[in-house]
Design a protein around this ligand. Structure first.
Ligand code: FE2
Length: 384
């Protein structure tokens, strides 16, 4: 048995309507002044209005920061930190997609430590634990509510950079599928495929352990079976519940294993061409998967079984072909356009993008296959 350390968010509250438990959780944590970091669209929803109204009625002070942009940078985190300090709040609540939750995670630390977000990239261990933190996802995909990772655009490097610290784990994650019902079709597709890729990469990463395999395989199966029902009928609460549950399992898996080359290749095109994260991953999924398949045949056969490939009597090559076929079929059903050229990337961009991806050593080092610069150029070309 491989040795491992497994870390996780200590408390998960899951279920339709579970947002109602927020008051109870704030009382357990003995906090009275809540600072919400949320997406601007969330701030305008009836559900958020009801939630903040209920908190105020119960005697809580409520402050809100909603200046969240897609692909947030370190300055976004520092703005949130300043707002928390100015409000004098005693708990941070991140509510939204990955961007809002990642900002909340980092700002909860920097507000307590009076540091800048970029200081954490260099020396995350120099900080003390952050302010108490509750995370509430409104999409099913990032798994950020249960990870210790925040992803930000590094404008200097034209790259996405991860801040990784055990202090980024929330005290409580509240997962309420009813909140995710309002997700538009494209967000369901992009965030759902992101979650599938989290599970696939966690399962096949060099850092995978028996425990993360258990979570990743379960997540892969649940997500694959439920993404199309959730995409085709956004009000299907059973499918929404399963997607939220699966993305949380995948988050726990990759927080302790890792994501790998698919994410690494997605970062430069996300940062430079502002291709949404899940979409960027979907574009790179098939080229990188084809490159990786022979580096860990046993694990990719397990992935195939997890998404329903009937493997009896099939050779390994046939099983791997069916894995590719099922994933390509899924991306097509989700109407995901997978040509980099469609999003404005040209042939002349490829050498620069390839150089950028080679800097993502945090992820490439965990990839089952070793990626060289010439491989990086070839894989981006395949995605054109
Ligand atoms: Fe991701």
């Amino acid at each position: 048995m491989k040795d491992f350390i497994f870390e996780s968010t200590p408390k998960i509250v899951f279920g339709a309507g579970s947002i109602a438990y927020l008051v109870r959780e704030l009382n357990i944590l003995k906090k009275k002044s809540a600072f919400f970091i949320c997406d601007p669209v969330i701030e305008k929803t009836i559900f958020f209005n009801d939630l903040s109204g209920k908190l105020k009625k119960e005697g809580f002070i409520v402050n809100i920061f909603s200046e969240i942009v897609p692909d947030p940078d370190f300055d976004s985190c520092d703005m949130a930190r300043d707002a928390i300090v100015a409000a004098g709040s005693d708990i941070v609540i991140g509510i939204g997609g990955g961007s809002a939750m990642d900002i909340a995670k980092v700002a909860a630390i920097t507000a307590k430590n009076r540091k800048k977000a970029k200081d954490l990239v260099k020396n995350p261990e120099l900080c003390e634990p952050g302010m108490p933190l509750v995370l509430i996802p409104t999409t099913a995909g990032t798994g950020s509510e249960v990870t210790h990772i925040g992803i930000f655009s590094d404008n200097d490097e034209k790259l996405k950079t991860g801040i990784v610290s055990p202090y980024l784990y929330a005290d409580v994650a509240i997962l309420d599928p009813e909140i995710t019902v309002s997700m538009p079709e494209t967000v369901t597709a992009h965030s759902g495929t992101d979650a599938i890729i989290h599970a696939l990469e966690a399962l096949t990463s060099k850092l995978a352990t028996p425990f993360t395999d258990l979570l990743a395989e379960e997540a892969l199966g649940i997500l694959y079976r439920n993404i199309l029902p959730a995409f085709e009928d956004g009000n299907n609460i059973e499918a929404r519940s399963n997607m939220l549950y699966g993305s949380m399992l995948a988050g726990k898996a990759f927080a302790n294993s890792s994501v790998a080359a698919i994410h690494a290749f997605a970062y430069p095109i996300g940062a430079e061409f502002h291709i949404p994260h899940g979409l960027a991953n979907s574009i790179m999924l098939i080229p990188v998967l084809k490159f990786n398949l022979n580096s860990d045949i046993e694990k990719y056969c397990r992935a195939a079984r997890a998404i329903g490939v009937q493997t009896t009597g099939l050779s390994e090559a046939e099983i791997l072909n069916r894995l590719l076929f099922k994933l390509e079929f899924l991306l097509d059903r989700l109407k995901i356009k997978r040509s980099l050229g469609y999003y404005g990337v040209t042939e002349s961009d490829i050498p620069r993008l390839a150089l950028s991806v080679m800097k993502v050593t945090r992820l490439l080092s965990n990839n089952p296959g070793e990626v060289l610069l010439e491989d990086a150029e070839r894989l981006y070309r395949e995605a054109m």
